[in-house]
Structures are given as structure tokens and as C-alpha cells.
Write a protein that binds this ligand. Sequence first.
Ligand code: WQD
Length: 323
Amino acid sequence: MTWLITGGAGYIGAHVARAMLDAGEGAVVYDDLSTGIAERVPRDVPLEVGSTLDGERLARVIRGHGVTGVVHLAAKKQVGESVEQPLRYYRENVEGLRTLLGAVTDAGVPSFVFSSSAAVYGMPDVVLVTEDTPCAPMSPYGETKLAGEWLVRATGRATGLSTASLRYFNVAGAAAPALADTGVFNLVPMVFEKLTEGSAPRVFGADYPTPDGTCVRDYIHVVDLAEAHVATARRLREAPGTDLTLNIGRGEGVSVREMIDRITAHTGHTLSPVVVDRRPGDPARVVASADRAATELGWKARHGVDEMIASAWEGWMHHHPAR
Ligand code: WQD
């Protein structure tokens, strides 16, 4: 099989490309390099530079490489930016997906894996979020992911395309330093940035209704996440007509304070965190039930938080060598 991995030069996509190769699958990356980095794409994987808004180019690439399945990760993913630029997010994330699905169905490609997000749930008021927990996204970013799931499912029903939407929880870590996330938009890199600047990491609110007052999340190692894509891709191939929606998390909650403590312990930095105001829109607790992915895919996360922190820190130092 040859899997077209859109966004395969990005942080998660490059890990998916690598996992596909390691599993003996064929892969080709399609990325506009707006935030992707060409060097992240494994050497044995062809890189086609193009936009998901360019249906003709997509059709040529799908035909030219004999693509037999798609993993679609290419998207804008900053929640705050999506609030300021909703039109841009709907265009890239929904119109880009619609264009891609057009090319995929025209070419008769049978399998499609869509990169969704726990952001579809918004502020869930449950201990463990199942795939049946009602979706109520709190940002245009989350809306585009939910609308994307609908579009993918409707296309599957109408055309017989086998589909899966993977709802990622909080992704961290790296398979190798060069593959690490270079964006500083999430807790782990934001803490690294503060520590290397010599300033105190910030806790956005310590008055949440959680055991230590800070927000609780479900952190998942990007290597486990990438393996979940391989397992999903194989499942779609082996069971045509499939329509899956799966949480991809570990099912274990870790608080912001605990994450920061583990990061400072690992890096040897002794700066104590400071509590600042809540960040608007943050839910107190978002932790996955990972049962359905285990049942449907036989997949389970293998790596813990300390491995995420250690590999992310190596990556941070690789991309930010001390001056
Ligand atoms: C985690 C917790 C912060 C930085 C977002 C998107 C989600 C997905 C992943 C996209 C929160 C707290 C953070 C800091 C802090 N995105 N925090 N100090 O908000 O759970 O999820 O990223 O694909 O859709 O919503 O992740 O890493 O930003 O924050 O206290 O310096 O850490 O308030 O409670 P979040 P995050």
C-alpha cells in the first residue's frame, strides 16, 4: 500500500511517515511547507510540495504515486489564532479537506484517516471522555475538526470510502531530536522556553475543581500516536466499509503542576512555577477513555509522561543549542 500523508513534514505527520515505513508500508508526503520542515520527511519517502486546496495537483500526485490510502494531517492548529482568523481556519481545514476528499473519491482511493482532536469535546464535564460524550467545540479550530469528521463520515457513507477520525489528546515527545515539535504553543515547550530563559514557568490558574487546583490533561507520546495511525490504516484496509471515531490518549490524567514538577526534575532546573490568571476557555479536565481504540485496533499507548518529557527536552536542546 502507498499512503499519502498530508502534513507529513509537520511534527506529528513526520512521525506517522516514519512509523509507516517502519511497519513496511509505502508512504508519500504531501505538504505545503508553510509550517512543515522538509528535512523531517524520512529520506526514503518522496515529498510533494503542494496545498490541499489544489485539487488538480492532489489528483496528479495520487495518480502518479499509485496512492491506495490517505492519512490527512495537514491543517492549521492554533486555537487562539483560529478565534482571530476563523475564515482562514475554515478554508484550510474544511475546504482543504473537501478538496482532498474530492480527489480521493474521484481516484477511487479506498481508505481515509482523518486527524481530529479532543478539541471537538470543548468543556466535557465527565471523568473520562468517551467517543459518545457530546461534542461542543469552544473554538473555530475545534469546530473545523468536528465539521471535518462530519464531512469525512458523510463521504464514506455516500461513496464506500473506509474512514476513521482520530481524536488526539495532548501530544508530546519525539522519536528523535530532529523530529521534535518546534512550535512553542503547548505546555511542555512553553515550560522549556521559560526554564531556558531563566524565568519561572507559568501555571494558568490554580483554582480549578481538580485535586491540586490545576488543569488535568491526557498526554500521549507522539510515537504511540503515530503507531495508532498505522494500526488504523491497516484496520481500514482489512475491513472495507469501516467508519471509526477513536480517542487517542492514554486514559490517565496528569495535572499542570505535576507536569511542571516532572519537567523541572528531569531538566535539573530549580525555578518554582508561578501561578498566573486562568487562560480563557481552558477546561478543568480532559482525559480520554482509551477503551474503544484498544478494542477496535488492539492498540495501546506504551510510553509514559517521563519518556515524553525526556525526548521532548532532547529535541528542545537540539533545536535551541545553548549560546
Ligand atoms: C495544557 C494545560 C494550560 C502552558 C490544546 C488545544 C488542543 C490541542 C492541544 C491541537 C492547560 C496549561 C499551558 C503554560 C500552563 N491542539 N498551561 N502554562 O489547551 O489542553 O490543548 O493543544 O491540535 O486542541 O486546545 O494544551 O498544552 O496548551 O495546555 O499552565 O505555560 O497547560 O492552561 O491547562 P490544551 P496546552
